[in-house]
Write a protein of this length. Structure first.
Length: 380
């Protein structure tokens, strides 16, 4: 088999941990990875004998689904690339990659400790099959792994011994199975819109996708990133009681933070959707929309912090006051997590050259039209 004629068929070995359990290691050494690869090869041959005509490559590393389901599938892409470099017939056409001096052979194969607390760990593998076999082999894998993809007893026992804790289930899935499972999980927790844009980024990155979150915030997948309707644009479209809007906006901003955290984990960038007359910017953990420039006929700009119970500061408004205390809003910024508040304040202050001093409002302040605003009177 020439490397150019091989088609990669991505598979994963899924390990379901007992409730509350946490692995004390996320990678296997080279020799351990090779041992496991031989066990996996035997399991897959018993399920689908035709795998013997493909090259099996195994990464001795345990990931969370968010690390595997990223645009371009970088973990599998790296595993495929490394496997293609191995000479034909090497190690009976089974190759494994583990750590040497504590490191995997390429950075994408290093699991991140920050995602290590999930109840399922996923060990990626790939089958490099000849072109004339690939479609048929993939079809067989899709059928057999769904129906009877439990790992063999020897494989499960080996993993239990090496990892030092019992496992609820150990089973093989194709990447398509993993995608379907993740879709169900996100839909189950009311994040179907997140899945829609993520699926577009994974499977059809050349196509736009439009959707609405459960609370009604518009999202668009476009050209490798997710564009979210700005919270102020969402507010402008509301027609309900103004008194209810601060509560509803807090829900929108909570939802936006959820989406931002998950999209970041999947390495899908998030930005605000620009609207006519505005400019959007994104920093490390925050989003900004610029609505206007400083007007010298107004007072010097100030920063105001909108707060919501349980969420802390949800928005920073940059505004000027004019005659009669009338506020002129220049920009809004939205911290997506608590550590982003300082950088956001510095960004907004630097935008207009003022000290990074914030006036705490203690609530979400809306103007007479129900939009994010600033106090009519000076705060002391």
């Amino acid at each position: 088999m020439e490397a150019q004629s091989l088609v990669a068929l991505p598979v994963v070995l899924a390990l379901e941990l007992p409730e509350g359990a946490r692995l004390n290691r996320l990678t296997l050494e080279r020799d351990q990875a090779a041992e496991l690869a031989s066990l996996i090869a035997a399991d897959l041959h018993a399920l689908v004998p035709a795998v013997n005509q493909a090259r099996l490559a195994v990464a001795g590393a345990l990931f969370d689904a968010v690390e595997l389901l990223r645009p371009g599938f970088p973990v599998w892409a790296t595993l495929d690339e490394l496997a293609r470099r191995v000479p034909r017939g090497h190690l009976d056409n089974v190759v494994a990659f583990g750590t040497h001096d504590g490191h995997m052979p390429a950075q994408p194969l290093e699991p991140a400790p920050m995602y290590a607390d999930g109840p399922m760990r996923l060990l990626p593998l790939t089958l490099l099959a000849p072109e004339d076999l690939a479609a048929e082999l993939l079809e067989q894998l899709e059928v057999e792994l769904v129906g009877r993809g439990e790992a063999g007893e020897r494989t499960a026992d080996w993993l239990i011994r090496q990892l030092g804790l019992p496992l609820e289930h150990v089973r093989y899935l194709t990447r398509n199975d993993l995608i379907a499972l993740t879709c169900v999980q996100y839909e189950h927790v009311n994040l179907a819109a997140l899945w829609q844009v993520l699926e577009a980024g994974l499977l059809t990155p050349y196509k736009d996708e439009h959707t609405l979150t459960a609370r009604g915030l518009a999202l668009q997948y476009h050209d490798g990133k997710v564009l979210a309707q700005s919270p102020s644009a969402w507010l402008a479209a509301q027609t309900d009681d103004i008194a209810q809007r601060p509560h509803d906006l807090a829900g929108i901003l909570f939802e936006l933070r959820q989406y931002a955290a998950l999209l970041d984990a999947h390495h899908l960038p998030l930005s605000l959707q620009p609207t006519p007359g505005t400019a959007a910017a994104a920093g490390d953990g925050y989003l900004v929309e610029v609505l206007g420039a400083v007007d010298p006929a107004y007072d010097p700009p100030s920063l105001f912090a909108h707060e919501a119970p349980g969420l802390g500061v949800v928005a920073i408004t940059l505004a000027q006051r004019g005659d009669g205390g009338r506020a002129r809003v220049l920009a809004h910024g939205y911290p997506l997590h608590s550590k982003a508040l300082g950088p956001l304040v510095s960004h907004l202050a630097g935008h207009v050259g003022i000290p990074a001093e914030v006036h705490a409002l203690g609530r979400i302040l809306l103007d007479d039209e129900g939009q994010l605003g600033a106090p009519a009177q000076a705060l002391h």
